[in-house]
Every structure is written in C-alpha cells, then in structure tokens.
Write a protein that binds this ligand. Structure first.
Ligand code: ADP
Length: 264
C-alpha cells in the first residue's frame, strides 16, 4: 500500500530526527512504529500521513511514485494523540468533520454523508454519545470518536499517533482490539506508533523500531520485538512471555524486568 525509500527528516535548522528509513507495507496489514520518547515516532507519523513532508526520500502509494505530502493526506485517515483541551463540539459534529473533504464551503452534508456517519459511529460504539459534548467525554470515549472521524474520511488506510498513551488498561485493550478488527475484519491498512511494545507484538504484522544513533530495524514484529532489540532500543531488560488461553491460543507480551525493591 505504501513504500518509503530512504526517508529522512530534520526540523528547520535542527539535527536529523531520523535518517534513511525504508520499508514497504502491504494493503490490509498492520505496521507498528515503536521507540523511546523523542525517537521521532510522532514526526514520522506526520511525514507518512502527509501532514508534513520528508526532507528527502521517496514515497510511493499503491504503485504511484513520488507522492507529495498533500496527496498523502487524502490516502490516510489520521488519528492524532488525545489532547488535554478538546474542542466544545458535539460528538456528531466531531465525526462530521471527517467528511470535510467531501463538502463544499457552504454545502450541507447529504444523505451519503449521514449514512457514513451512522455506519462509523456504529462501528466504534459512539452512537449513544452523538449529542454529548466532545470535551465532556472520558479519554477512552474521545479516542473512539477520533477513530470514527478518521473512518468518516472513507480512507482505506488509517494512521494513529500513540493511540493508547493516554488510556487506562481496559481502554488500551479496546483500542488495540479495534485496530486489529479494522485490519482483520474490514481490510483496513493500519499504521500506529506506540511506546508499548506489547501492543505492537500483539497485533502488528510488522514493526519499525527506532533506535539510538538514528538507526532503526524493520521486519516481522516477532523478529524485531525481541529481548535483545528491546534492550538496545529502550535500554531496559525485558522478557517476552507467551500466554496460552483455555482454547490453546497463544498471545505474546513484553514484561520489563524491574529492579528488586527492598526497604532498608
Ligand atoms: P516521539 O514521538 O518519539 O516522542 P517526536 O517526533 O515528538 O518523538 O520528536 C523527535 C525529536 O524532534 C525530538 O528531539 C523533538 O524535540 C524534536 N521535535 C519535535 N517537534 C519539533 C518541532 N516542531 N520543532 C523542532 N523540533 C521538534
């Protein structure tokens, strides 16, 4: 679906944030981008989604070469990080904003627009919240509304900037599970950044790990998210564990090893 060759980025007058990133992602697959704070995840997400352009490098989308930033924004539904100061729109108005690219400056939403809004609110479980003010919602509810807004763009690829970072454990689980279902059941291509390698290992087909010294590793998630790579990238000791449920199905996670604590 998307392919990057030697993507690099620097803010004006600043040092490189990342250098020579290359990877390809197939349609319908999930890519995770993981790395320590400040490793460039948000910047890379903005470059991929077209909000800003790479300083150098080549981006192809669905076989079309040299796709510029502004054109990429139409290929992706972008879900930003949850902010502390949400706007005072209703939930329905927030989701309707996802239709802006289809609406003229003074035109009203038509039957098709309302049908899409209804469908995406149903899919994200936000229908009962339609008349609520967005800024009165919990973090977990706001996250689902932002996902509905991205789905309302009808883009078949979705890109999420740290979708779980402001959420409690159960809402992290709901969000990660929704990303998985959007890919596995609805065929969306999903790209998300995270500083939780467990989420990446749990649902992503492939992973881009940003490491110190402007280096990175890309490959199948199980080959990238290993105990030794996590040690190099995050400077922590970690164990990969496998949980087998009653049906014999396995799920994997990452357990950071904490120093033993003894009160003197
Ligand atoms: P992450 O999402 O992994 O925490 P970011 O992409 O936010 O990393 O930041 C990567 C680097 O780019 C950091 O050193 C940060 O200070 C710098 N940076 C981020 N945004 C800007 C900006 N608007 N102008 C200049 N430097 C920035």
């Amino acid at each position: 679906m998307i392919s990057i060759k030697n993507g690099s980025f620097s803010y004006p007058g600043g040092p490189p944030v990342f250098r020579d990133i290359s990877f390809s992602l197939e349609e319908g697959r999930i890519l995770s981008i993981i790395g320590y704070n400040g490793s460039g995840k948000t910047t890379l997400i903005k470059c991929l989604s077209g909000i800003q352009d790479f300083s150098s490098g080549e981006v192809s989308i669905r076989g079309q070469n040299s796709v510029r930033g502004i054109e990429r924004t139409r290929s992706f539904g972008y879900v930003p990080q949850l902010t502390a100061n949400p706007v005072p729109y209703t939930v329905e108005q927030m989701v309707l904003l996802g239709r802006s690219r289809f609406l003229g400056p003074f035109s009203k939403p038509g039957r098709k627009d309302w049908q899409v809004i209804r469908d995406v609110m149903e899919l994200t479980g936000t229908t009962p919240l339609a008349a609520r003010s967005f800024h009165t919602l919990s973090g977990g509810e706001r996250q689902m509304v932002l996902i509905a807004q991205a789905l309302a763009t009808e883009a078949r690829a979705l890109i999420f900037d740290e979708p779980t970072s402001a959420l409690d454990l159960i809402n992290q689980h709901h969000t990660v599970d929704l990303l998985r279902r959007l890919s596995h059941e609805q065929g969306y291509t999903v790209i998300f950044s995270s500083h939780d390698p467990s989420h990446a290992l749990h649902i992503s087909d492939c992973c881009l790990m940003l490491k110190k010294g402007l280096t990175h590793i890309f490959g199948p998630s199980e080959e990238v998210i290993t105990e030794s790579c996590l040690g190099e990238a995050f400077g922590i000791e970690a164990r990969i564990y496998t949980h087998i449920n009653d049906d014999g199905e396995a799920s994997k996670g990452v357990l950071p090893i904490l120093k033993p604590y003894r009160r003197e």
